[in-house]
Design a binder for this molecule. Sequence first.
Ligand code: KG4
Ligand code: ZN
Length: 335
Amino acid sequence: MEEPIIFSIESSCDETAVAILKGKNKVLSHLVVSQIDIHKVFGGVVPEIASRKHLDYLNQLAKKSFEEAKIRPEEISAIAVTYGPGLVGALLIGLNFAKGLALNLNKPLIGVNHLYGHIYANFLAFPELKPPFLVLLVSGGHTMILHAKDYLHFEIVGQTMDDAAGEAFDKVARMLNLGYPGGPKIDKLSQKGNAIYDFPKPLYHKGYDFSFSGLKTALLYFTRENNDYRIEDVAASFQKALIDTLIHKTIKASKDLKINDIIIAGGVAANSYLRKKIKDEQEKNKNLHIYFPSLELCTDNALMIARAAYEKFIRNKFSNLSLDAVPNLGLKDIC
Ligand code: KG4
Ligand code: ZN
């Protein structure tokens, strides 16, 4: 089979991104425009502004992408687009753009679940990866341990009962007046601090599910009741409690299910303490193989959407032009 060329669009939140991928991992183009500077003055993403900005950027970004890839739109094999989960208005901008292109070029459309994209970001760097493997998916909206039984078949091993890991980072950063997005700010601050406070690690010894709201509340009370602390130490202690819990449960699941390949996916995979901790775990257990994407592929991008779409393309899993945006798309709809 000739290698497919997939043009992809990602617009589920505050990054407008397009990419062109040939085959499994030949990157012809990879462009991301972040709207962080626009939203940070509001302390978080403003959905209406995000949609308008996607609309402003998408056309020029697509044009630039084809120029960069040095191919004509007629040469692509399919158009892939994130259809959920995400902000409905933001998703619709990307989805309608993709549909228009598919109709105009008479090419198939491939709707991609954003979560599935985050997981497949790893396959760009590690082509040797194959199921079965475990996934620790830690994004702004999701925190889950998954068991990939096959390329398109994932089962939930554990998930958060309340806040997602990224959400907890963002909320705690807001409590500490650090601004948006919280994860990178806490990460940076923690590097100058020591994890001297013993914040709770909810459900640490119980199964594979997570709960972070208690940790968040403990931190809130701590900052209310004390005033002689260094914010760097509070950030480092919070980060340690959360990340240690994520890693502990993932390693436990890997031992219990006897799966040695583990993929870390999603924005929180960019966390420097998490990346260091994983290396330590790997040192301790040489049988484990833990993979995480490069920093730029941890956060939202369209290359991961194209890579996920590739798996659907080779299995002839195309979408109908009536495909709708699904803001709360869950894992069961991963395909
Ligand atoms: O995966 P992602 O781009 O968005 C969703 O698909 O939801 O992840 C964004 C999340 C945000 O909550 C952000 O604070 C967090 O990832 N994040 C981090 C870091 N970089 C991004 N959290 C901790 N440490 C980081 N370095
Ligand atoms: Zn994401």
